[in-house]
Design a protein around this ligand. Structure first.
Ligand SMILES: Cc1cc2nc3c(=O)[nH]c(=O)nc-3n(C[C@H](O)[C@H](O)[C@H](O)COP(=O)(O)OP(=O)(O)OC[C@H]3O[C@@H](n4cnc5c(N)ncnc54)[C@H](O)[C@@H]3O)c2cc1C
Length: 452
């Protein structure tokens, strides 16, 4: 009997820890917007890649979770974030074309992902210099209301004279849907012959004899296996620090995850139905909005429900709190103050829009906690690893520290990550400027600063 138990235990251990003989070319870990974009861009270059994701195909958490993010292009001259957004739009068009290729009818369109809508920016007079710099030689289409009279005339808005409003009008500026985008990226990866695997949690990542040894647990079966890869892209969002602790431990000090809250509000049906067609139109075309005050209130239409009432998503870019447990943070409920803040700021915007909506007209539908991964400068990393503080390890790339700005540039971050891991380059001035702002040269400086 004892022998039988022993044999069973040994057999179970063997089954639960398999090692594959195959050596992968590139493994991307994390299938959020960044990992999926990177794996797609590698696929677009007709190279082999395996994308590994911890969650099932319908995600329930992660920084990319949800159905709306602001997509905006406006920025000062030679702004890297404008470049990232515009490049991502262009790359998304290529993805859509690729998915439609060989089909008898058009199955995919940009409108599945983007909802083009004016983007409203509210500034206070103290930010006049910033506004002037933003608008100086601005190539994107915009309207500007420097005072209350102009705001009434141009946007039907009622603002004080200490406030200024800019509205950006551009195709594919408005919102983008991360859920849809990730779905299409995975379709593109698969269509190219590459693989996306769900329910696969990387539990250990080491580099041995020039190869990456990746231990993966199948969260459905509980079975663990080890695979080998020549190259790695780490794109685990807020989990990047834990993931790369043995191969690039310094990223844990350079990227900090912080909790944010999101509220979802609706105008109650009686009140919404009482709005005139013009008021409804003013309401809908005034989202998304970013109020560039100290908290940066932002809001957008997540989606329209069955009775065509808009579901508003509301958050504060700088309303960040510490995280005790990364696995638990996603289920933390909103506090009464957070819900109150969301309603007050929405009502304040309704007043600016000259709409007759008060706090009691707003229904709190739901709320959830989400995570930003933050670097000190709030600029993301798309970087190789650095060995011994100076040597660039071209077999490893990390895409992370995306803060609250990553989504609009998703495929551009993916493109730069793909170029880095494949050793490709592009000459354009903006590409080079962006690559060095995000990349390895900057990491070397940041590492030196840690020591100071
Ligand atoms: C509240 C909020 C609002 C935002 N608003 C905007 C906006 O309006 N405009 C904008 O441009 N950007 C916005 N952003 C930023 C943007 O959404 C993020 O930059 C982007 O989603 C980050 O994607 P990611 O792939 O880096 O991370 P994630 O989406 O978190 O992806 C990481 C993935 O890795 C997986 N993973 C983790 N650990 C493992 C492991 N061990 N093994 C396997 N898989 C693993 C996770 O399941 C996850 O799917 C916002 C972000 C937040 C949080």
């Amino acid at each position: 009997m004892r022998n039988l138990i022993l044999i069973t235990v040994i057999a179970l251990n063997l089954i639960s820890c398999q090692t594959s003989d195959k050596i992968e070319d590139i493994v991307v870990i994390g299938g959020g917007l960044m990992g999926s974009s990177t794996a797609w861009e590698i696929s677009k270059y007709e190279q082999n890649v395996l994308l590994i994701e911890l969650q099932d195909s319908v995600y329930t958490f992660g920084s990319s979770f949800g159905e709306a993010r602001i997509s905006r292009s406006l920025g000062p001259n030679e702004d890297i974030f404008s470049f990232l957004q515009q490049t991502s739009v262009k790359e998304t068009k290529d993805l859509i074309d690729y998915l439609n290729e060989g089909e008898t009818e058009i199955l995919h369109s940009m409108e599945d992902i983007y909802r083009t809508s004016p983007v409203t920016y509210i500034y206070s007079k103290s930010q006049l210099n910033e506004v002037e710099e933003l608008l100086d030689g601005q190539a994107d289409n915009y309207e500007y209301a420097p005072n209350s009279v102009a705001a009434k005339e141009k946007f039907g808005m009622k603002i004080s004279d200490t406030t200024m409003v800019i509205r950006e009008y551009k195709q594919y500026s408005g919102t983008l849907n991360p859920k849809k985008l990730i779905g299409k990226l995975h379709q593109g990866i698969r269509k190219s012959g590459n693989r996306v695997q769900y329910n696969q949690k990387v539990t250990d990542l080491k580099k041995e004899d020039g190869l990456y040894k990746i231990t993966i647990n199948d969260t459905k079966t509980g079975i663990s296996k080890t695979i080998l890869s020549k190259k790695i892209v780490a794109a685990a969002g807020p989990y990047n620090g834990v993931l790369v602790k043995d191969v690039a431990p310094y990223f844990r000090n350079l990227i900090s995850p912080k909790r944010l809250f999101l509220s979802f509000l609706k105008i109650n049906p009686e009140k919404y139905d009482m709005l005139t067609a013009e008021q409804k139109n003013r309401f809908i075309t005034s989202y998304p909005v970013a109020y560039l005050n100290s908290e940066i209130f932002y809001s957008m239409i997540e989606k329209f429900d069955n009775d065509q009432r808009p579901l508003l998503k509301v958050g504060g870019h700088f309303l960040r709190t510490e995280i005790k447990d990364l696995d638990e943070v996603w289920s933390i409920k909103l506090t009464e103050q957070e819900i109150q803040w969301s309603k007050e700021n929405t009502v304040d915007y309704m007043q600016k829009l000259d709409l007759p909506i008060i706090a009691s007209d707003l229904e709190f539908v739901k709320g959830y906690s989400c995570v930003y991964s933050l670097t000190e400068s709030e600029i993301p990393y798309v970087s190789n690893a650095i060995e011994n503080k100076v040597n660039i390890d071209s077999s490893f790339v990390l895409v992370g520290g995306m803060s609250g700005i990553g989504a609009k540039g998703s495929l551009a971050y993916g493109l730069i990550a793909a170029d880095l891991i494949l050793g490709y380059n592009k000459d354009s001035f903006m590409y080079q400027k962006t690559k060095s702002a995000l990349g390895t040269e900057r990491l070397i400086i940041d590492l030196k600063n840690i020591d100071k």
